[in-house]
Ligand binder design. Sequence first.
Ligand SMILES: [Zn+2]
Ligand SMILES: [Zn+2]
Length: 246
Amino acid sequence: MVKKVAEGVISLFFPAECKICRRSLEPLNRSFICTSCWSKVKWLMPPYCSRCSKPFPPSDVLGESSCLLCEECRTEPALYKKLLVPTLYEGVMKEAIHLLKYGRKKGIFLEIKKILRKYLEQNFLSFSELDEIIPIPLHRKKLKQRGFNQAYLLAHFISGFSKLKLVDRSLLRIRETRPQIKLNKRERAANLKDAFQVKNGTSFRGKAVLLVDDVYTTGATLREAARLLRTFETREIYVLTLARAP
Ligand SMILES: [Zn+2]
Ligand SMILES: [Zn+2]
């Protein structure tokens, strides 16, 4: 209580500042980032790969871009049908996700919900084609450390928006994995081997599911989860992330 009052007094004289540009936050802004910085979030714009949404340089467009696949999607097996993703993982969005995950600034999620809502309202996927939403799980140790799973927050919001069933206890992360960032392709695959386990696998038979995570960098994590789910005869797998590496 005393701490709350003290914080109130402090914020009166020293208004909270934007975690990115350091200018004062607007009153009532609880998202840690000012409106001006949020407006700089980069949305994914065509042309991009029709499966993994990898952006193509504008000069690469050859007429009808909606059916173009990137090099990797042309050579790798299709483990999921399509990546749905509103923004690019750079600049403000990259910092926002870091503040949310590592700075535990959950207020960031207030603005992220608006971005997701705007994206979902444009109806990039008909929800009637889907049966269930599954967040990519964190290992229980990491969940305990962080206190929340950002993929769950996203999936929970989408589930509320779309009225689709949220299934968060069937896909489990049973092995701790190293951060993928500095690993090459082969190391990533080894790192993720047997990382996930599925409970009640038969319940996925014939289902179309949407796998949700916060960021798509190489896609290795989502592909591994999709690969495992497919062994339970899912009908279709879509993936959705908040942001994608450019
Ligand atoms: Zn700012
Ligand atoms: Zn692709």
